[in-house]
Design a protein around this ligand. Structure first.
Ligand SMILES: Cc1cc2nc3c(=O)[nH]c(=O)nc-3n(C[C@H](O)[C@H](O)[C@H](O)COP(=O)(O)OP(=O)(O)OC[C@H]3O[C@@H](n4cnc5c(N)ncnc54)[C@H](O)[C@@H]3O)c2cc1C
Length: 332
């Protein structure tokens, strides 16, 4: 049967760390699970904004990088083989008379589900870069660091006007053959004195106020870029990889249009992660209640609670919680 037409027990909207963990937990609770992510990557904000940074406040994983956290959560998400979809933006949610949810996406795909867990964070973020690059087609143009060691021995050009781009440059400087930073503006958002100091002490070749004029490609790979500085001097740079970060675009999930009660753009909920729509639960940064914290660990806990609520919505006799040490007794 076409996977679009199958009725799932749980459909999770959003493949950030919260949604990924919900996919694992839903499988653990023996529910047929689908996860739909709008962007081309899983891991949400952690993967996009700080894959190279160490995170110290996640229980039992002190100092793991964002990338390691996403990798581990992905591994866990796949444990019970859920259907994982990306590049689909959920646009409409309709609850039919028989209680099933009917979802449509911006691309015209349809999905059916008994319950929904909304783990949409603050919506979909995408990184903006120079228009001459096509981040969908140019295979060596990246909008996130993802596995910083891939830049070992490479000539890397970073187009950025942000401290994030400077952080990337400093992170890979010691292993890359040469790092160039090209800023099409003259200032760096959020950069502090110490960022410029690090830059000055490094081998990074930084230029600001330059314009990207030309991009040469071979087989979907950018091979060379040509920039022009404010004096009209042209420079051609041979590249192995390009990173871009010139700002962010955000698309918010239309929670209100879906009929959800919201506050400050987030969906109102409680300790059971229920919403004003029966059968639709919420978890992670998209949820709000008194005392809410927007942290990775909070999302994991809320995902667990949302899944347990979905389980009991489908089967009121199901237990409120389970222990993996008991379920996997034979493996222990
Ligand atoms: C700079 C920064 C530093 C941080 N540092 C820390 C830290 O040190 N420790 C910590 O614990 N937390 C930290 N956080 C917070 C942490 O990143 C978030 O709490 C966590 O990422 C929330 O995960 P989430 O899955 O709920 O949301 P997100 O990561 O935002 O994921 C939501 C996903 O849903 C998708 N989506 C949205 N709408 C739709 C739709 N309609 N259809 C399909 N998909 C959709 C999005 O594309 C996205 O992938 C930090 C956050 C930032 C921004």
């Amino acid at each position: 049967m076409d996977k679009d037409l199958e009725l799932y027990d749980v459909t999770i909207i959003g493949g950030g760390t919260t949604g990924l963990y919900a996919a694992f937990y839903s499988g653990l609770r023996e529910m047929k699970t689908k996860l739909i992510e709008a962007s081309s990557h899983f891991g949400g904000k952690v993967a996009l904004f700080y894959p190279e940074k160490n995170v110290y406040d996640l229980g039992a994983m002190p100092g793991a990088t964002g990338e390691e956290i996403v990798q581990q959560t992905m591994k866990q998400a796949h444990m019970f083989d859920p259907t994982m979809i990306h590049n689909q933006w959920v646009e409409t949610i309709e609850k039919k008379a028989d209680g099933t949810f009917f979802l449509t996406t911006a691309g015209g795909e349809i999905h059916w589900s008994k319950t929904i867990i909304l783990a949409a964070g603050n919506g979909e973020f995408s990184i903006v870069g120079p228009e001459l690059f096509d981040v969908k087609k140019d295979e060596n143009v990246h909008t996130t660091m993802e596995n910083w060691k891939q830049y070992e021995g490479k000539r890397v050009v970073i187009f950025t006007n942000s401290r994030i781009g400077l952080d990337w440059a400093c992170k890979i400087e010691s292993i890359a053959k040469q790092v160039y930073v090209c800023n099409q503006k003259t200032t760096y958002q959020k950069a502090k004195e110490k960022d410029f100091q690090r830059l000055a002490e490094s081998s990074i070749k930084e230029q600001n106020g330059v314009i990207l004029k030309e991009v040469s490609r071979q087989h979907n790979q950018v091979k060379e870029v040509m920039v022009v500085n404010s004096n009209g001097v042209e420079e051609r740079i041979v590249v192995d990889d390009v990173l871009v970060y010139e700002g962010i675009e955000q698309r918010s999930a239309p929670s209100q249009a879906w009929g959800l009660d919201t506050e400050q753009g987030r969906v109102l909920t409680n300790t059971e992660m229920t919403t004003n729509i029966e059968g639709l639960f919420v978890a992670g940064d998209t949820a709000i209640y008194p005392g809410k914290t927007n942290l990775i660990a909070t999302g994991y806990t809320e995902a667990m609670a949302a899944v347990n609520s979905a389980k009991r919505y489908i089967n009121p006799k199901a237990s409120a919680q389970i222990y993996t040490t008991v379920i996997f007794r034979d493996k222990n």
